[in-house]
Design a protein around this ligand. Structure first.
Ligand SMILES: [Zn+2]
Length: 327
């Protein structure tokens, strides 16, 4: 069962938009990743009409721009008037201060005016959002969170990101970082006293802080945890997949779910979302939602927990779908 042990139907205001309110026309979405560029055309019903993948040129901004233009021309070779706009999900985000890209691990994008350059080159209106924001938007509009007025979307992958939607619109603040949950500190001192695991506190994060949620809940974080117990190096997905016959892997998984429950309690205490949707490679682990909701009542400041914890419906396609939904 998904949701907390005390789950029952929470009141849900009847204010959500229908698909037809959103989407009168085809829309184009691009997921600009570190190794691939995926582009789709969605029809007004939200179905993927066509899609294609291109390689992302390695750390060369001009060639990345060329490839994005190639992708747009491939999917919409004979543009009709009005020209279809394009939404793009990117690693990192666009600075609201300078308009330039920042925090992208595709570092060739950083300090570049991707939005302006692409609008100039393509002759189309462009919208850009962080890839975790696109994921959340996709799942909130017609994915796992579609019936929920507020959705917190979580990517558990190479990194840990998040996004927030309210009534199927992205929440964005003056700093453009709403949902950037992965670089909050994990409050390890609040772990339930009945829960005992060897924890190497003080994990350094690339952002300069220590014990960011990402250092514990990302794929590399899981590999690190397993390495401490087993002195073996394995990818996170292999660790989670082997837990039926590997007691150390099972221990790492249980620790992971306890820490995820602790980390999510901070979000729920502040935002009180109707629904949390998990995406990214680590969210594919069997029973992860049940294991987290079984534990999070220890940390959430409430006598009842109606918050749903759901796995993403659109999987890897959520990012590119959400990019299309930016319009
Ligand atoms: Zn950090």
């Amino acid at each position: 069962m998904k949701g907390s042990p005390e789950h029952s139907a929470a009141p849900r205001p009847n204010m959500l938009l229908r698909k037809s309110d959103h989407h009168e026309t085809r829309r184009l979405g691009i997921d600009l990743g570190g190794t691939k560029i995926e582009i789709v055309a969605l029809n007004p019903a939200g179905q993927i009409e066509s899609k294609h993948r291109f390689d992302t040129p390695h750390q060369n901004y001009d060639r990345i721009l060329d490839q994005l233009i190639t992708a747009i021309n491939w999917i919409d070779p004979e543009p009709q008037s009005p020209v279809l706009p394009v939404g793009i999900g990117t690693p990192g985000s666009r600075s609201t201060k300078t308009g330039l890209m920042k925090n992208s691990n595709t570092t060739a994008l950083n300090n570049r005016d991707l939005l302006g350059d692409l609008e100039h080159r393509s002759g189309r209106a462009i919208r850009i959002a962080n890839d975790a924001d696109c994921f959340t938007l996709s799942e909130a509009i017609d994915g796992a969170g579609a019936d929920n007025p507020t959705v917190f979307g979580v990517i558990l992958g190479t990194g840990v990101g998040g996004g927030v939607t309210v009534n199927q619109k992205l929440l964005s603040g003056p700093n453009g970082i709403a949902g950037e949950w992965g670089h909050n500190p994990l409050p390890l001192h609040r772990l339930d006293t009945d829960f005992s695991m060897p924890l190497d506190e003080g994990r350094a994060c690339y952002c300069g802080q220590t014990d960011c949620i990402e250092t514990w809940l990302s794929g590399p974080g899981v590999s690190h945890s397993y390495g401490l117990l087993s002195e073996r190096s394995l990818p996170a997905k292999d660790i989670f997949a082997s837990r039926r016959h590997d007691s150390l892997a099972q221990k790492v998984f249980e620790t992971y779910c306890e820490l995820a429950a602790l980390a999510l309690s901070g979000v729920i205490n502040i935002l009180d979302p109707h629904c949390v949707v998990l995406g990214g490679g680590l969210s594919n682990a069997a029973e992860i939602c049940d294991e987290i909701t079984r534990r999070w009542h220890r940390y959430i400041f409430s006598d009842q927990i109606h918050t749903l914890l759901l796995r993403a419906q659109h999987g890897d396609a959520s990012g590119v779908r959400g990019a299309a939904w930016l319009w």
